[in-house]
Design a protein. Structure first.
Length: 87
């Protein structure tokens, strides 16, 4: 990721405390999580988590591991998301 993209993504993450929290929690866990699990961990409504995690997926910061399943979707942090957290 080049410097320009890094700062664009950093600005994007900084505009929403929930985006940052989701990236942080996925970066800390050794296993993929569902939006419900993230919601419980962060004490934020599941609908809010679902919206923010979709935003993060669209920016390629998280990966959806089972897109064919509409109920228990599992997400993990992507390499790009991990790089952003490290910087």
């Amino acid at each position: 990721m080049d410097e320009k993209e890094l700062y664009q993504l950093k600005s994007y993450i900084d505009r929403s405390k929930n985006r940052k929290k989701i990236l942080d929690i996925l970066g800390q866990k050794d296993k993929p999580l569902t939006p419900s699990e993230i919601s419980q961990e962060l004490e934020v409504q599941r609908t809010t988590i679902s919206k923010r995690i979709t935003d993060l997926k669209d920016k390629e910061l998280v990966e959806l591991l089972n897109p064919e399943d509409n109920r228990n979707r599992y997400y993990k942090i992507s390499d790009k998301g991990r790089e952003l957290l490290e910087k």
